[in-house]
Design a protein. Structure first.
Length: 87
């Protein structure tokens, strides 16, 4: 990976109400902060604020991260919880 390439992360954030949100980013701390402010965060968190990032997985490029995000979003809640417990 060259210096110009960013590392991408797939992440799962748990909201205060227990719901799980899956996304991708190049900066976990910044993205979590954006979700907390509601301005640049996902509308998902308008109902219940984000509590913590419960899972993250590094990827070398955006394409790989996006594909993994899509596959995680297709999982059932039970399967997502199993994935979180593996970390």
């Amino acid at each position: 990976m060259s210096l110009n390439e960013k590392k991408w992360f797939v992440y799962i954030t748990e909201a205060e109400n227990g719901y799980l949100y899956t996304g991708i980013t190049t900066d976990l701390a910044r993205r979590f902060s954006e979700h907390q402010t509601k301005q640049a965060g996902a509308k998902f968190f308008n109902i219940s604020p984000p509590k913590k990032i419960v899972f993250h997985e590094p990827h070398s490029n955006r394409s790989s991260a996006s594909k993994r995000e899509a596959s995680i979003k297709k999982l059932s809640r039970k399967e997502k919880i199993a994935l979180i417990k593996q970390e």
